[in-house]
Design a protein around this ligand. Sequence first.
Ligand code: RP5
Length: 157
Amino acid sequence: MAPEVLIIMGSKSDLPVGQKAMATLKELGVSAEIKVASAHRTPKLVQEIVEKSDAKVFIAVAGLSAALPGAIAAHTIRPVIGVPVSGKVNLDSVLSIVQMPPGIPVAAVGLDRGENAALLAAEILALSDASLALKLEAHRKEQESKVHADSSSIQEG
Ligand code: RP5
């Protein structure tokens, strides 16, 4: 079966961020695949990958002049989640992803937040997958418990 989420990174150097997304999707039991294709260096490859893919959601990980999420969205009406990758400047990749022109939207998560991109992708898929919705509810409960435990540990200390 085709992976539900396709993660595309602009460079192999983005792998630590892409791996965060992969790990979170794996925890949730969401099938995913990860590839490298650059908006600027291999624009035809980006188009080919997107057009051949049966993924329901795309995650695009890119730094610097991060055109990749928009370049993917140009070829599909499936949702695209952009993950800006940190570097010397940081605002460059954030603004490149956030400032899409009208008509071709992409979602954006925080700098290097591969795990949030995975959670957002899972939330989109959970609209038509009740068992995934339950896993996401459980994930929220785990976070709630951790905050309570952290607060207690500080008060005890
Ligand atoms: C972007 O340029 C990539 O997404 C990467 O974050 C950045 C640097 O690429 P490399 O020089 O490491 O290949 O296109």
